[in-house]
Design a protein. Structure first.
Length: 313
């Protein structure tokens, strides 16, 4: 019988965990004749009682395992830790807020068992319930990154997926500190089947992803999987040089041939502010890539564990 490891990143989710646990054990009961389960919760430095809830669940259910970080390292680190600690033949990544329907695991498992796929992933076909501006920026992000990157990221793709051990091992080979898992899942290749579903509202607790956090995350994704912004900076610099050269010729001709005086302070300030803005924009792009390179060269661990019950089992 195959074993399924269900990796569940958690950050301040004391309210949502009991609801999730009740749903996931229903799914495992329905699949009792097909697969055995382990539930691997990763506590990402929560400041509430998340770790107490996980300890209580582990005490009553031997299938519950947990890893607790020394501080908040982020969801990307939590997913990596879960994949690294998982022992199953198949490994699922799922959010604890029940926006990822656990009942889809049964279909995912059967699709993988067919041998035709290495991964069964999910994507939302609607963003019902989200603020319009957030939905608009999400669509813009997927359209942009698929234009400027060789790694295709499906619009509406979720982290929720079930993968074979071979694919999980391939993902773990990608040890970069600045992680963007949606891109990594695609970059490693393997055959993926997509399951579509309507957006589901969070069951309990509050989302930890504000608009600005999502915007920063999307920028990290662009930097991680495309060098086109660097090319844009170079092209802008070249265009400004050409524009400046043409303007110099025009000014010289107007002054020498027609005696037309050069416009004064207002035009000069406009040019200075425009060119200065472009330079700062290009420096910002370079700085973003340099900062990521700097963090990679430090070779810091992706996460640090404070407590776990993995070795106890």
């Amino acid at each position: 019988m195959k074993k399924i490891s269900v990796v569940v990143p958690c950050y301040n989710e004391q309210e949502a965990i009991p609801f999730f646990y009740n749903e996931i054990i229903k799914v495992s009961a329905m699949m009792a004749n097909e697969a055995e389960f382990e539930y691997l919760f990763v506590n990402d430095g929560s400041k509430d009682r998340t770790i107490d809830v996980l300890r209580a669940l582990a005490a009553k259910d031997q299938r519950v395992k947990y890893v607790s970080f020394s501080k908040n390292f982020g969801k990307e680190a939590a997913m990596y830790a879960g994949l690294e600690k998982a022992s199953g033949d198949y490994v699922a990544v799922i959010d604890v807020d029940l926006q990822d329907p656990p009942e889809l695991l049964q279909q995912m498992f059967r699709d993988l068992e067919s041998g035709e796929y290495d991964c069964v992933a999910t994507r939302r076909v609607s963003r019902k319930g989200e603020p319009p501006i957030r939905s608009a920026f999400a669509k813009l992000f997927y359209a942009m990154i698929n234009k400027i990157s060789k790694t295709e990221i499906v619009d509406g793709a979720r982290d929720y997926r079930l993968m074979t051990r071979q694919m999980v091992d391939a993902i773990l080979e990608v040890k970069e500190y600045n992680r963007f898992s949606k891109g990594i899942f695609s970059w490693v290749g393997f055959t993926t089947k997509w399951l579509e579903y309507e957006n589901v509202e969070r069951r309990a607790g509050e989302t930890k992803w504000s608009f600005w956090k999502l915007l920063k995350y999307s920028l990290d994704g662009i930097v991680a999987f495309s060098t086109v912004p660097l090319s844009i900076a170079s092209v802008l610099g070249l265009l400004l040089c050409l524009v400046a050269f043409v303007l110099i010729i025009i000014i010289v001709i107007k002054t020498l041939a027609f005696g037309d005086p050069v416009a004064g302070y207002p035009s000069l300030m406009c040019v200075i502010l425009f060119v200065g803005g472009i330079q700062l924009f290009c420096m910002g792009i370079l700085g973003k890539y340099l900062a990521k390179t700097y963090l990679e060269t430090k070779k810091r661990p992706i996460y640090l564990v404070k407590e776990d019950n993995i070795d106890e089992r």
